[in-house]
Design a protein. Structure first.
Length: 81
């Protein structure tokens, strides 16, 4: 069964519940069938079960490691001199 464009748009916007509602209304199918179709589309498109986790790499971890490293080097310098 082909999914309507508005359902695909909802899936791509990570609004799966809304996509299921639209699909049920468009095709008059049950909740279980609509959910399986949406999940199947997600799996086929993303390949990881539809779970798209955005990567939040702000670099704060790198900054903290840099600060710790510089502090350790400074402490060794002060200790040896």
């Amino acid at each position: 069964m082909d999914l309507p464009p508005e359902v695909i748009a909802e899936i791509e916007a990570n609004r799966k519940v809304s996509a299921v509602k639209l699909l049920r209304k468009a095709h008059g199918i049950g909740l279980k069938e609509a959910k399986e179709l949406v999940d199947g589309y997600c799996e086929s498109e993303t390949g990881d079960g539809g779970h798209q986790v955005p990567e939040a790499d702000t670099g704060i971890g790198r900054i903290i490691i840099l600060i710790i490293g510089v502090s350790a080097i400074y402490a060794l310098y002060k200790f040896l001199i």
